[in-house]
Design a protein around this ligand. Structure first.
Ligand code: MN
Length: 260
């Protein structure tokens, strides 16, 4: 079994190195990761300049692009094989609820999923790496199960998973819950400052606090001391609105007959 491993914190990130070591227990692992930290890059692809691939002394390959660029280049030209699983992480910080829209960690996994490869994004909830070993163990367990499914279930429908693990010891972790994404409050306002020439500049403000943190959400599971696993889908269609939207906006010129 072969795993393509990427991230959004860059190829030197401790989270990437620890997950690489952990995943080697269950598969052959190839790393293609961004050269620079690309957190919050979302699903961006670089289309306005070419990309270069470099190799670090440890064999990790890195690209001067986004997380999505890395997985895209790996799957469509760089690798001589098709991986069985794409894993992204371990990210330095949570990717819960609406964060998943902005997350470069989730985006790297998403890019694999878009090419039909099962994919897993892994994030350590609180920054710093105090209990990275615990997050790696949980991630390797989930990845191993995904690979087992490939072995025993024939051709399963590729799925995309988002895993968050509290930054706690293995003994303190209460388990793993499979939950839906919660919703956040809107982000805090931008912070306006003046540049040295007196012109206004703006810093994007911090994320909003958890709002929809009722039981059954990832925010709630994490708050209770569990790791959270959410299967994701990419179809943004609002199915419940389709009928109402049709009656307001749909026009069928052919059905109405020719106008004069
Ligand atoms: Mn990151």
């Amino acid at each position: 079994m072969r795993i393509l491993l990427s991230n959004d914190d860059g190829y030197t990130s401790p989270g990437l190195h620890a997950l690489y070591a952990g995943l080697q227990r269950i598969a052959e692992v190839t790393v293609v990761a961004p050269e620079q930290n690309a957190s919050a890059a979302s699903n961006a692809l670089t289309l306005n300049r070419p990309l270069s691939v470099y190799e670090a002394p440890n064999g990790f390959r890195y690209i001067n692009g986004t997380p999505s660029d890395c997985v895209h280049v790996a799957l469509t030209g760089l690798l001589s094989f098709r991986p069985d699983l794409v894993v992204s992480g371990v990210n330095n910080g949570a990717n819960l609820g609406d964060d998943t829209i902005y997350s470069g960690t989730v985006a790297a996994a998403t890019e694999g999923f878009l090419f039909g490869v099962p994919a897993l994004a892994v994030s350590l909830v609180d920054k710093g790496w105090a209990h990275l070993d615990c997050a790696v163990d949980v991630a390797v367990g989930v990845a191993a199960e995904l690979l087992r499914e490939l072995t025993h279930a024939g051709t399963p429908v590729p799925a995309l998973y988002n895993l968050n693990v509290p930054n706690v010891t293995r003994a303190a972790l209460r388990g793993l819950q499979v939950v839906r994404l919660g919703k956040r409050h809107p982000s805090q306002p931008v912070v306006m400052q003046k540049d040295p020439r007196g012109e206004p500049i703006y810093w994007i403000g911090g994320a909003g606090g958890a709002r929809d943190d009722v039981a059954g959400t990832d925010f709630h599971a994490i708050a209770q001391g569990y790791a959270s696993l959410t299967p994701l889908q990419l179809d943004l269609t609002h199915y419940q609105m389709l009928d109402a939207c049709r009656s307001r906006f749909a026009v069928d010129a052919a059905a109405e007959g020719p106008t004069t």
